[in-house]
Design a protein around this ligand. Structure first.
Ligand SMILES: Cc1cc2nc3c(=O)[nH]c(=O)nc-3n(C[C@H](O)[C@H](O)[C@H](O)COP(=O)(O)OP(=O)(O)OC[C@H]3O[C@@H](n4cnc5c(N)ncnc54)[C@H](O)[C@@H]3O)c2cc1C
Length: 524
């Protein structure tokens, strides 16, 4: 056995690193292991198309992390971490050239919505204000261990208006949008962020999620990390090293060795075993931790069966683009300087159709594609005068059983992905951005399968280590009984997006798990 550490963290995603930083800050000797060639997991920036074109490979928007105390507590600004905020957070563009934008100032957003409905503009002002009033409460909820289901329900039942809150938290996107907004354009503008989380118009909780995401962005901005999202995990890694922590990349973990009910070592796929005296914490997806690293012998057959039925959600595809020059949109210049442009027709049925196609295994005919204008907001990501963009194609099937485009006969992603990307580029060129096709210098497509191949925790091409479902949220995430970060082997913890509050860049699962670990070790 090689040397022994106080704590081993499996996975150098931003959550694993966050957990590692807090443990090292408390004086523990920490080692982080990751299978990929660099730290960051689904928060890296790479020159995937051409030299000088720096693409965020996964996350672009720094959203829920805006409510995290971690950057300040860890002094990440001294390690090269810097945030910027675009003037226009995102825009929804319609095929007729129409547009609604979420501006920095809520009154500008209200005016933009009011072009379609004055009443909707005023309604949005009220919903945006609601976030401002609840912000501290929401931050506290994100950045602490979840209440049990019984406690959370009691709390709601006991507070004035609690049952209305309960209703809202469970309301579908369609129900909330139809109840609150009259113009179909506003409904699409507000509803798109449920789609970001792979929540369909008729899934439970979609209304609340869309409000929370949109109003957070309205208040705090659709911020981005200067130079690329990778600078967040790189700053965390630098902090960790400054506290004596070590990181080994290119090392895949296969097993946690347990003796007398306690984790004592971690085994790599090379056969090397690394000793640990106090804690193992995993930032990987929960299936690997429970089924592979611990296994039935440690957790029992019931948990293995429950983990096997865990729902992952819908897959994603990414198209990375190097462009000759910045893209012009049919809707005008505001779309091109927004961090995201959301192209769609003004019809909620459009979203419904995508989900029904995707969930029945079809390649959606016109998938919802988030167009990320990365170099427009952060010019240093592309050579002067050129542009780098990413299209995140939301809600595509992991296994292709059919094709709603009517053009693609292949049924494996390796064979279908280029043709599907052609179809998407053609559609966006024709409907939203006429010069797109001609501006492309280089294009790289990552199918859901490619995402899973490079980033093992992107299970089935999903990005949040588990679907956003009420029964896989809070204290129920990842599974009932495992919602407090600690696993059935008491010195083993889950610190990735499979734990509360779930996926996205938030640093919250990593920080929350670290608080629990330090409490259990009586170090705080
Ligand atoms: C295309 C795309 C766009 C996105 N956009 C946004 C966005 O704009 N805003 C946002 O907030 N979120 C976004 N997300 C989601 C966000 O990136 C992820 O939810 C988040 O980064 C997950 O962080 P994590 O640390 O919990 O897990 P991960 O980043 O998945 O980290 C897990 C780590 O574990 C490692 N690992 C896995 N298995 C092993 C093993 N056996 N041995 C060793 N190491 C292992 C992996 O290599 C990885 O580094 C996006 C995701 C994608 C794919």
């Amino acid at each position: 056995m090689s040397s022994t550490y106080d704590a081993i963290i499996i996975g150098a995603g931003h959550n694993g690193l966050t957990c590692a930083c807090y443990l090292a800050k408390a004086g523990l000797k920490v080692l982080v292991l990751d299978q990929y060639h660099t730290v960051g997991g689904m928060a890296t920036t790479e020159e995937v198309t051409l030299p000088g074109f720096r693409s965020d490979m996964h996350a672009v928007g720094y959203q829920f992390a805006s409510l995290s105390p971690a950057p300040q507590e860890l002094g990440l600004a001294s390690f090269g971490f810097e945030l910027n905020r675009p003037e226009i957070n995102f825009s929804h563009v319609f095929p007729d050239g129409g547009i609604i934008s979420m501006h920095r100032d809520v009154e500008d957003t209200v005016n933009s919505i009011s072009r379609y409905s004055k009443k909707d503009g005023e309604t949005w002002r009220r919903w945006a204000q609601r976030f401002v009033e609840q912000k501290d409460q929401i931050a506290a909820w994100l950045n602490s261990s979840p209440a049990s289901l019984a406690e959370a329900t009691d709390q709601l039942a006991g507070m004035p208006g609690g049952m209305d809150e309960y209703r809202f938290e469970n309301q579908s996107l369609r129900s909330w949008l139809n109840e609150q907004f009259e113009a179909e354009e506003t409904r699409m503008f507000m509803g798109s962020f449920a789609c970001h989380c792979a929540v369909s118009p008729d899934d439970d909780g979609g209304g609340h999620l869309a409000w929370l995401f949109s109003s957070l962005i309205q208040d705090l901005g659709n911020r981005f990390v200067k130079g690329g999202m990778h600078n967040l995990p790189l700053a965390l890694a630098s902090y960790l090293r400054s506290k004596g922590g070590q990181i080994r990349t290119g090392e895949r973990v296969s097993k946690i060795i347990v003796k007398d009910g306690k984790a004592t070592a971690v085994r790599l796929t090379t056969g090397e075993e690394i000793g640990v005296s106090k804690v193992v914490s995993s930032g990987t997806d929960p299936r690997q931790l429970i089924v592979d690293f611990l296994g039935e012998e440690q957790v029992g057959s019931e948990l293995i069966q429950k983990m096997k039925r865990y729902e992952w959600g819908d897959g994603y595809m990414a198209v990375y683009l190097a462009l000759e020059k910045p893209l012009s949109y049919k809707s005008g210049p505001d779309a091109g300087v927004s961090l995201y442009a959301h192209p769609s027709p003004p019809s909620l049925e459009y979203f419904s159709k995508i989900y029904s196609e995707c969930r029945s295994g079809m390649l959606p005919a016109t998938p919802f594609t988030v167009m990320c204008n990365e170099s427009a907001v952060d010019p240093e990501r592309a050579p002067e005068g050129k542009a780098v963009m990413k299209f995140i194609v939301l809600n595509v099937p992991y296994e292709i059983k059919g094709d709603a485009t009517g053009k693609i006969s292949a049924r494996t992603w390796d064979e279908a992905k280029e043709a599907y990307a052609d179809h998407i580029i053609d559609h966006i060129t024709d409907a939203y951005a006429p010069d797109l096709r001609d501006l492309i210098l280089k294009r790289v497509v990552h199918s859901p399968l490619d995402m899973e191949r490079t980033m093992i925790s992107a299970v089935r091409g999903t990005v949040t280590h588990g679907a956003f479902l009420p029964y896989e949220s809070g204290d129920q995430r990842p599974l009932p009984g495992l919602g407090q970060y600690q696993m059935p082997v008491p010195n083993v913890y889950l610190c990735g997006s499979g734990a509360h509050p779930g996926g996205g860049i938030s640093m919250a699962p990593g920080r929350n798990a670290a608080q629990v670990i330090l409490r259990d070790l009586k170090l705080q």
